[in-house]
Ligand binder design. Structure first.
Ligand SMILES: Cc1cc2nc3c(=O)[nH]c(=O)nc-3n(C[C@H](O)[C@H](O)[C@H](O)COP(=O)(O)OP(=O)(O)OC[C@H]3O[C@@H](n4cnc5c(N)ncnc54)[C@H](O)[C@@H]3O)c2cc1C
Length: 292
């Protein structure tokens, strides 16, 4: 019987593992793919303290090394189902079944793309899915942002403080009245239809009048898709699949906590994932000690 099973070995899950292990609890991290999670996809990370100008891959290696050096147990298995038997929780993976007193869900989320040729090739070379991660790399440059919801309004204002010009491109209903700034051009009822650039992004073509816009950056700011599935059958989630919680990181199920990008929160970054992981492990430890 484990004290804490953490589902997901991204920044949130690894931090939870480190905190749990250092508190002398029996901890297991289940990782479906590779320790590091989404940050492994980052070309350059410049906003996580103490490791400036790090590639995401390097940061992932550091997370893994620290966890292993401390003796955190990691198994490369996908958790398929979580069964709540009050004081005992059961995690079913493809091949095994594990029992634990508490669970921390840290399964992250994926950022949606626009499925255009050249999109993936130019990630880190102009194309980005994260304004707060990469906005700072486009100081005084012209950029475009493809908006998907209300948060893209805030993200456009964020970019307008950094960049020379921001083209906000959207399709559908959205209140854009806040975007009344000299360096923001709002382009309604439009989609990007081509991404042009060889080694770096050079321009985009939108479907409205086949207009070509020269930009150094294109931010795809569509809705995120959390990694949920079968696993979370009885756990309260938003319509879009994020697990409902607050800074306490508790879920609606006693002894089940949530950390990182998969929970409802305003900012999805390594720093906030790490913070959640620390809080979740501490809450799980308190829960176990109070039960004993
Ligand atoms: C291209 C890109 C660039 C980014 N750049 C930055 C940046 O510069 N700075 C910054 O702060 N943030 C950046 N981010 C965001 C950052 O990566 C995330 O906020 C952070 O990784 C969230 O950590 P997490 O642990 O919550 O989730 P994730 O990193 O998504 O990790 C979740 C892990 O859970 C695993 N998992 C999922 N389901 C299961 C399951 N059922 N069983 C077992 N394992 C499972 C996944 O394989 C994954 O490893 C970037 C993201 C992307 C995509």
């Amino acid at each position: 019987m484990y004290d804490i099973i953490i589902i997901g070995g991204g920044p949130a899950g690894i931090t939870a593992g480190i905190y749990g292990k250092r508190a002398n609890k029996k901890v297991l991290v289940l990782e479906a793919n590779k320790v590091g999670g989404n940050i492994l996809k980052a070309h350059m990370v410049d906003n996580y303290p103490a490791v400036p100008h790090s590639t995401g891959e390097k940061l992932g290696e550091l997370f893994l090394k620290q966890a292993l050096d401390l003796g955190v147990e990691i198994k490369y298995e996908r958790a398929m189902e979580l069964i709540d038997n009050n004081d005992t929780k059961i995690i079913q993976t493809l091949d095994n079944m594990y029992e634990t007193k508490t669970v921390i869900i840290a399964t992250g989320n994926d950022r949606k793309g626009i499925a255009l040729p050249n999109e993936k090739e130019l990630v880190g070379r102009g194309v980005s899915y994260c304004v707060h991660c990469d906005g700072g790399f486009f100081k005084k440059k012209d950029v475009a942002i493809i908006g998907g919801g209300d948060s893209s309004i805030d993200n456009t204002l964020y970019l307008a403080d950094i960049c020379n010009k921001v083209y906000f491109i959207y399709n559908g209903k959205l209140d854009v009245s806040k975007l009344d700034k000299p360096n923001i051009e709002v382009i309604a009822n439009s989609n990007v239809k081509e991404i042009i650039g060889d080694k770096v992004l050079e321009s985009i073509i939108i479907d409205k009048d086949n207009r070509e816009i020269k930009v150094s950056g294109l931010f795809v700011d569509k809705a995120n898709v959390p990694e949920t599935s079968l696993l979370l059958r009885n756990i309260k989630q938003t319509d879009t699949g994020f697990i409902i919680s607050d800074e306490s990181v508790k879920t609606n199920i006693d002894g089940v906590f949530v950390a990182g990008d998969v929970r409802t929160k305003s900012l999805r970054q390594v720093a906030t994932a790490v913070s959640d992981g620390a809080i979740a492990a501490t809450a799980a430890i308190k829960y176990i000690n109070e039960k004993n």
